[in-house]
Design a protein around this ligand. Structure first.
Ligand code: MN
Length: 338
């Protein structure tokens, strides 16, 4: 009996640990958000809507190239993912941020550093409020309004539809959000009905500027910002797409993608080698050029190996593909040092 219980508990734990993403706890009880957000809305929003994003995301990433990848990786490469992953990964990220930045119990102020940056970009805090308000009101249908740290490390107000967000490689104005306002009707309809305006004022009055200020400082040194910048190199991005599709399949013993796409991989490697390198420092440019030269050569070798051999062994292909993957990461690493 004792053993049965131990086995039962360890298998429950196994099931739990198999969940890649989990619903975060709120900092307050549902009732404590009153009167700004009514208890029923909070309860449904957190325990039903957000939970559903988490559940569906876990289901969708299982067996996909995004299995066991951090959420930021999923968002940064969401153009390679299904719509189900896109919507639910966004839903999970966006709501997690939203709960973090709300504090119905205490009032707060932006840090000196953040306030200085707000004043530089918007003039004063009230102008930022107006801009965010406009972004919320002009978002047609469902979506989010954001205050982000953009690729240049500057503050910017933007908005996205549905559950997209500015980290995603499918959005045009990109950066790391430090403040997000959910303007889906599910966020306010029970209390405010069609009056989105009243809801935005309520949210603005319970923002946790302590948390937002911390997020501002973290965003400035977040490697995610570097990844967003490297997306400015479209040829790198295009190569990456074919690389990850073929390499990760091969890692799982599926060699069909690399058989089908090895020529495309070679062509993308050449387009990459001949593209303009968006890195300024001369020393790094030279190193990148060297790695790109090697990468292109390796893809020719793989291509001629596959076309010349009727009976190619998967082991050799894997070895060559791993070398190509390593060269690609050399390039990525050099971009990050910029
Ligand atoms: Mn929502």
């Amino acid at each position: 009996m004792k053993y049965a219980i131990v086995i039962l508990f360890s298998s429950i734990q196994l099931v739990l640990s198999a969940q890649q993403f989990t619903l975060p706890n709120l900092k307050f009880t549902y009732a404590e958000y009153e009167p700004f957000i009514d208890m029923k809305t909070m309860e449904i929003h957190h325990s039903k809507h957000h939970q559903t994003y988490v559940t569906n995301l876990n289901k969708a990433v299982a067996g996909s190239p995004f299995e066991n990848k951090p959420l930021s990786k999923v968002l940064l490469n969401v153009s390679n993912a299904s719509d189900v992953i896109r919507n639910n990964a966004g839903g999970h990220y966006n709501h997690t941020l939203f709960w973090e930045i709300l504090t119905p119990k205490t009032s707060s102020q932006p840090s000196e550093l953040l306030l200085k940056s707000i004043e530089e970009t918007f003039g004063k805090l009230d102008s930022l409020k107006t801009k965010m308000h406009q972004a919320c009101m002009s978002r047609f249908g469902s979506g989010w309004a954001w205050l982000i740290v953009n690729e240049e490390g500057k503050l910017q107000v933007t908005s996205t539809g549905n559950q997209d967000n500015p980290i995603m490689d499918v959005t045009t104005e990109r950066g790391i959000p430090i403040l997000g306002i959910d303007v889906w009707e599910h966020a306010y309809y029970l209390k405010h009905q069609n009056k989105r305006n009243d809801y935005i004022y309520a949210i603005w009055s319970i923002l946790d500027w302590g948390v937002i200020s911390q997020k501002y400082e973290d965003a400035l040194k977040d490697p995610v910002l570097v990844s967003i910048k490297s997306d400015n190199w479209p040829e790198l991005k295009a190569f990456h797409k074919v690389m990850s599709n073929t390499f990760h399949a091969a890692e799982k013993k599926d060699f069909k993608p690399i058989f089908d796409r090895n020529q495309e991989l070679m062509i993308k490697a050449f387009l990459l080698k001949n593209s303009e390198i968006p890195v300024l420092a001369l020393e790094e440019r030279l190193l990148i050029m060297k790695s790109l030269e090697k990468l292109a050569k390796q893809t020719i070798e793989l291509n001629s190996f596959i076309s010349a051999n009727k009976k190619v062994t998967n082991g050799v292909i894997m070895k060559k593909l791993t070398a190509i993957h390593a060269s690609f990461h050399e390039v990525m690493g050099l971009c990050k040092d910029e």
